[in-house]
Write a protein that binds this ligand. Sequence first.
Ligand code: SF4
Length: 452
Amino acid sequence: MKYFILPFGCQMNRSDAERVRTVLSSMGYGEAADEDDPEIGVMGIIACSVRQKAIDRVYGRVRNWNRLKSRRPLITFVSGCVLDEDRHKFLKLFDLVFPIDRLPQLPEMIRQYGVPTIPPLADGGVGAPRVGQPGRDEARDRIESFWHVAPAYASTVEAFVPIQNGCDKFCTYCAVPYTRGREVSRPSRDVLEEVESLVRSGRRSITLLGQNVNSYGLDRRGEEMGFAELMDEIAAFGRRSDRRFWTYFTSPHPRDITTDLLDVMAASPVLADWVHLPLQAGDDEVLRRMNRSYDMERYRSVVADIRRILPNAALFTDIIVGFSGESREQFDATAAAMREFRYDMAYIAQYSPRPGARSADWPDDVPRTEKSRRYHVLSRVLQDLALEANRRRVGRVVPVLLTAEDRKPGCLSGYTEGRIPVRVAADSRRIGEIVDVEVVDARPLSLEGRVA
Ligand code: SF4
């Protein structure tokens, strides 16, 4: 008997799926390479509620899966980021719907298949945990038992390490505080042990994950180290180790970025020169309505600190266009901010209201065609900026981590320390190495190189 698991959305969901694999393997299931395998008995989705599109894909998939049930016994489940509204609908479509921190109970749920075990959550509101959500202590116990499941890592080169779950920020467009609950930091001892063991087993790229990664430790002040100290401990391990590796973290919140953290990063070769700093909007009024808790002055000063302390760092961002009430002038301010901060990469999303998030009660008043226009304007800005930055890299020799075979025969794909994708002519035996590459050509969002 086999299982098939499909993570949607962010790296956190891909990381969660690695733990789901462990649990299903421990029950004797093998992993199917694709969903058409007739031996599949369990199929699951790790869902993402951040955008409606991702949820629409879940509905599409499960309807197909349910057709297979007339031909053979099949259990379906969904976990991950699931809003109340979707949970109620999912209960009619999936056999099991459970929060990811209940993963250790999945074998029992499969055995008792058909009995939904999670009570629906009542409505709460901005700034407050929902009635029915566990308190922070209970949430901590549950998520820690989830973290104790050893992940079945998907790659021998790169790995994700969750360090925190949930979020206390309550941005008005976001459902994460409702789907994942309040912030809980993973014990630093466990994080450091996992990082060290991954590096010792040959991984070259480690990404620390959390919804709000740099507020790590704030929920356990006095008992646990802060994020800069955690990074410093990884830097200390890097000094003791003879391995070359890069450590990344995502996503941080601009409010919690400190110069202490940037100083620690600047001092260590194992802490990558890469910062993912979500902007979301370039206008103070839009930021205020998003409840982002920073304004452009604060954001500008963080970027200035990054440029001063980490002059070679690549800068990535997230932006939402067409947020409720966003005027043309406010959007133009976002486009201007993109040019000002010269991002190397931006993940641009068209706003869609998420049921349960505060802004879902506000008018979704930017027409779809205008959202699409704004999206394309920013995409063009990004392409121009990134191409300009990449052209400056031509002729330089840069270290590149080779991660996989490229679609072009005889080539491998990889990325620079700043996560700029590079295609390199190289033998597949070099996958997993960090090699010096001479950049020979630039595209808007990638580079072409040859081993130096
Ligand atoms: S910081 Fe805001 S956008 Fe990020 S997870 Fe928390 S509430 Fe959502």
